[in-house]
Design a binder for this molecule. Structure first.
Ligand SMILES: [Zn+2]
Length: 347
């Protein structure tokens, strides 16, 4: 099959740092196409142009990958919203749309699997088979429609992540496997995050790392330890929110009066584009190979991060030129003279 990019995932990784962009579900919720709570990507079938548009904005902002929006498009989740009959169509369309837009800019296409909420570490065999069946059907459709690699993400359990990795290998797909690091040091099945990444690398993951949950401040220290522990490429897709040692994950952020901010009132904890650009530079400095953004991500962040990594993106044509702002761009004395009607004297 002709892929939108002529390069494979492995070739692209060896060319230098890759820029990723995610946060589709949160952004499309803000735009009115996904329901908060279940967060099932019904937009794929209900408003495909809205999804296409966001892909295109991430592509223009410099993302090297179009990630098919199959996050939460698995059997259990669709059942929750009464749409399990749409499972196959939803998965196929998501990958098709990602391919369509990727072809506009030579991006790679990633299939996507994630935490299923079915895995039970107390009963790994039986629950694992349910998870395996869901991944097999989702990725089987993704292979049919065409993907360059798979992003298995927001993994709470090493056990579940390993099942996703096995299914990718059954299908001959390279896998980038990232953990959600909600807890201070270990996965929900009790493995230290760094050790878990090492185990995934030992099992043949192409890339390992972290996504979601942590903002730059609490993700970077873990990334340094992961970088030191594995000798394969690593990935970082943080959320653009101000997490700290007391609250390493954005799920627990609270307002001054104690209200939980996740998931619908996180704005007051948000990072600026400049701070996310700083994150991208710092991640590159410590040797992260795939640098992106997760929930809360939006095109202006991605462009700022891509530019911080030395890229000129299609959207860079409209990057800020504050020197041309009518007020901020001129010295105070010029503005004052203009207001006094003496503009010709300074122009
Ligand atoms: Zn996320």
């Amino acid at each position: 099959m002709n892929r939108p990019s002529t390069r494979t995932f492995q070739q692209r990784l060896s060319d230098g740092v890759m820029v990723g962009a995610e946060g589709y579900v949160f952004e499309l919720e803000r735009r009115g196409y996904v329901k908060a709570g279940p967060y099932v990507p019904e937009v794929i079938l209900d408003a495909p142009d809205a999804l296409r548009q966001l892909h295109r904005e991430f592509l223009r902002a410099g993302s090297d990958v179009m990630v098919a929006l199959t996050y939460y498009a698995h059997r259990e989740k669709l059942r929750d919203v009464g749409r399990d009959g749409d499972l196959e169509e939803m998965n196929r369309h998501a990958v098709r749309i990602a391919n369509e837009v990727a072809a506009e800019g030579g991006a790679l296409v990633a299939g996507n699997i994630c935490n299923t909420w079915c895995y039970d570490p107390a009963n790994p065999e039986t629950s694992g088979e349910v998870v395996r069946a869901q991944y097999r059907e989702q990725l089987g459709w993704a292979v049919d429609e065409g993907v360059d690699f798979v992003i298995s993400e927001t993994n709470d359990f090493l056990g579940e992540a390993l099942i996703g990795l096995e299914v990718c290998h059954e299908l001959g797909l390279p896998a980038m496997v990232t953990l959600a690091s909600v807890q201070p040091t270990t996965t929900y099945d009790g493995y230290d995050y760094v050790e878990a990444c090492k185990t995934l690398a030992d099992h043949g993951a192409a890339v390992v790392g972290l996504n979601c949950s942590r903002g730059p401040a609490t993700m970077l220290p873990l990334l340094e330890n992961i970088r030191a522990a594995v000798d394969i490429p690593i990935a970082a897709q943080p959320v653009p929110f101000r997490t700290d040692d007391a609250t390493p994950g954005f799920e627990s952020l609270t307002s001054e009066d104690g209200r939980r901010l996740f998931p619908l009132q996180l704005e007051s904890s948000g990072h600026t584009r400049f701070e996310m650009a700083d994150f991208a530079r710092e991640a590159a400095r410590i040797g992260v190979d795939y640098i992106g953004i997760c929930c809360g991500g939006a095109p202006h962040y991605v462009r700022a991060m891509a530019e911080a990594l030395g890229r000129e993106t299609p959207a860079s044509r409209y990057s800020p030129a504050i020197e041309l702002h009518p007020v901020l761009g001129r010295s105070q004395s010029e503005v004052t003279q203009r207001e006094m009607g003496d503009w010709t004297a300074v122009s």
